[in-house]
Write a protein that binds this ligand. Sequence first.
Ligand code: TYC
Length: 110
Amino acid sequence: MMTQTVMMSDYGDDDTGVMTKTRTRTARPPLYKVMLLNDDFTPMEFVVHVLERFFGLNHAQAFEIMLTVHKKGLAVVGIFSHEIAETKVAQVMDAARQNEHPLQCTMERE
Ligand code: TYC
C-alpha cells in the first residue's frame, strides 16, 4: 500500500502562509500545413495516386484536391506536426523525382 503526506508547500503555501507558486503554461507544439503546387506537366492521375498513397485519401477526395490545385495553383493537403509534415513532403518529392515529374510539395507553419 502506498501512503503519501501532503504538505502546505505542495499548495504553494510557505511557512508564513504566503502563496509562492505560479502557473506554468504548457504550449501546444506548432502545426504545419502541407501544400501541393500546380505545374503544367505532372499528370493528373499521378497527383491523385500520390494523394491516395501518402495522405490516406479515398479516390474522390484525392481527385477533388488535385482539381483544386490544378485550378487555383495550390491547396493545403493536410495539417501535421513538424516531423510528420517533413516526412509527407519528402515522400511526395521522392515519388515525383523517381517518376521524373516536376510536382512540388512544401510545408509552412500554421
Ligand atoms: N496541371 C496538371 C495538368 O494539367 C495537373 C496537376 C495537378 C499538376 C495538381 C500538379 O499539384 C498538381 N496535367
